[in-house]
Design a binder for this molecule. Structure first.
Ligand SMILES: [Zn+2]
Length: 182
């Protein structure tokens, strides 16, 4: 299966154990968020003991079972598990805009109530870390056309992917997202 997401679009799909998911930027670099039903950010953080993903890392569900394994990251930009994904409230408060964020798009694609959406995996999203006070802030992504991240499916699940709608600030990117599942 293959599909393309324009900026501000999200789609959910059932994936089966043994399949591979490849997520690429086409046209230009483009931030994307990924989530699967049951994803648990805290358990994943505890198991990995870091928040920037590397090849071989697994993403865990609430039962502490690995669901997706990172098989490749082809990008100078980081793929991290720090942020929950952009959302209406963030756009309203930070930019005075009335628009859906990745969380709204992903919840809608998955058909789950907005408050029940897990945190997200932030593809190609760079940030700066201040190790002195353990803080972090977003910085302009180094993502470019052709960058990609791939996952191996360890357990049947429903995943959703969004092409981040951000048009301002450090998260402004202008490409499309291509998803291949096989
Ligand atoms: Zn977003």
């Amino acid at each position: 299966m293959e599909f393309t997401l324009d900026k501000g679009e999200a789609r959910a799909v059932v994936v089966l154990k043994g399949q591979n998911i490849s997520i690429s930027c086409i046209g230009a670099g483009q931030l994307a968020d990924l989530v699967f039903l049951g994803y648990h950010q805290g358990i994943t953080l505890d198991r990995l003991r870091r928040f920037v993903l590397k090849c071989g890392d697994e993403l865990f569900d609430s039962n502490e079972e690995g669901v997706l394994r990172v098989t490749s990251i082809n990008s100078d930009a980081d793929t991290n598990i720090l942020y929950p994904g952009c959302r209406r409230k963030l756009y309203a408060e930070k930019f005075g805009k009335d628009k859906n964020g990745c969380r709204d798009l992903l919840a809608s694609a998955l058909g789950v109530p907005f408050p029940n959406l897990p945190s997200t995996i932030n593809l190609f999203m760079d940030f700066e870390l201040d190790c002195k006070d353990f803080s972090f802030k977003t910085r302009t992504s180094r993502v470019k056309e052709g960058d990609s991240v791939s996952f191996y499916v360890l357990k049947n699940c429903t995943v959703a992917i969004s092409a981040c709608p951000s048009e301002a600030g450090a998260c402004k990117t202008e490409g499309k997202i291509e998803v291949k599942i096989q």
